[in-house]
Design a protein around this ligand. Structure first.
Ligand code: DP6
Length: 333
């Protein structure tokens, strides 16, 4: 029996990943940059054993159906092939998401799976190699190997496409991200399908690709210089451009709801009234607001007085993936 455990935190992209150059290897069309957060994480244990005749996958104590298990199995195949093992495994995974459902992320899930499975089979991977492995499960997972800011450098092969840590002078510790949960239902169009449709059909996709390198360079400079407003502006611009591409896809689609737009408007208003804050959005209607930690309370106050129906979750910079000791207690299954 070979067992490994890991805890990985989710990340939110400030410069978005949107589109794949290679579907199978998950090589992206553009580089991206994210902030790992402390409020959402996944803990996973993987136990490879000679006694098993198939892989089994438990998520939040529930045995998963064959569709979910096949995805995990395909990922385990990559680890088995690197370790030259043919053992099946039991995977026990738990998502830690504060109260609101629907915020669980594939980034923390696949990063934790990569960490636990590779630790179980004693692959002893360096962070960049663990990042490459996690990338094969879900692109954004490759950034969750690192704490704070991470840059997924697109590269052009399995070997060269991985995330690295971004020099930051600890700027991440000055920041907060407030999640405004406007709707926690399951998303209609997954990020995987949405980005694919956009790459294939959106009239705006070339425009998206053209401006990413300069946005990324601006973001990295703003981070090292601790320039909050520049980082916020480029974060908001990247999200707006990404979401713009979906409107020009065929058939067109959007992840925005009326509530998302109301929150974005409020962010602009608060900013015009002297509270520096900037929004970003991913493949769903929830809005995430970047704010300096010193202004976190003022923002929370303004949001809760002006939005009566939403649920707010506060996050700060989170740590790198942790490989947990064998005897670390995991939630019971
Ligand atoms: C909008 O990493 O979930 O959140 O690689 O197909 O698993 P796959 O997609 P995923 O896409 C994330 C897209 C995004 C932007 C981002 O996180 O950079």
């Amino acid at each position: 029996m070979f067992s490994g455990k890991a805890r990985a935190y989710t990340n939110i992209a400030l410069i978005k990943y949107w589109g794949k150059e290679d579907q199978e290897l998950i090589i992206p069309m553009n580089s991206s940059l994210s902030l790992t957060l402390d409020a959402f994480y996944t803990e996973t244990q993987v136990i490879f054993s000679e006694d098993l005749t198939e892989d089994r996958f438990y998520l939040d104590n529930q045995l998963q159906d064959s569709k979910a298990t096949v995805k995990v199995s395909r990922f385990l195949d990559l680890v088995r092939s690197q370790a030259r093992s043919s053992l099946y495994a039991v995977v026990k995974s738990q998502n830690f998401v504060p109260t609101a459902a629907g915020l669980a992320s594939s980034a923390s899930g696949l990063a934790a799976l990569a960490g636990a499975a590779s630790a179980a089979l004693k692959l002893d991977l360096a962070p960049e190699d663990l990042s490459r492995l996690a990338r094969r499960g879900s692109g954004s997972a490759c950034r969750s190997i690192y704490g704070g800011f991470a840059e997924w450098q697109k590269g052009n092969s399995d070997q060269t496409s991985r995330a690295v840590k971004v020099p930051s002078n600890n700027f991440e510790n000055d920041l907060s991200m407030i999640f405004v949960v406007v709707n926690d239902a399951k998303k209609d169009i997954s990020s995987r399908d949405g980005m694919q449709r956009t790459v294939e059909t959106s009239a705006f996709y070339d425009g998206w690709l053209q401006t990413v390198p300069q946005d990324l360079a601006r973001a990295k400079k703003a981070i090292i210089e601790k320039d909050f407003n520049t980082l916020g502006k480029v974060t908001e611009a990247s999200a707006l451009k990404m979401h713009g591409t979906t409107l020009a896809a065929n058939p067109p689609f959007t992840y925005w709801s009326a509530e998302s737009m109301q929150v974005m408007d409020l962010v602009r208003q608060l900013r015009n009234n002297g509270l520096p804050c900037y929004f970003t959005m991913d493949a769903g209607p929830n809005v995430k607001i970047l704010v300096e930690r010193k202004n976190e309370n003022a923002l929370l106050h303004a949001l809760s007085s002006q939005l009566n129906y939403q649920h707010l979750v506060v996050a700060h910079a989170g740590p790198a993936i942790e490989i947990l000791p064998e005897d670390a207690p995991l939630p019971s299954f």
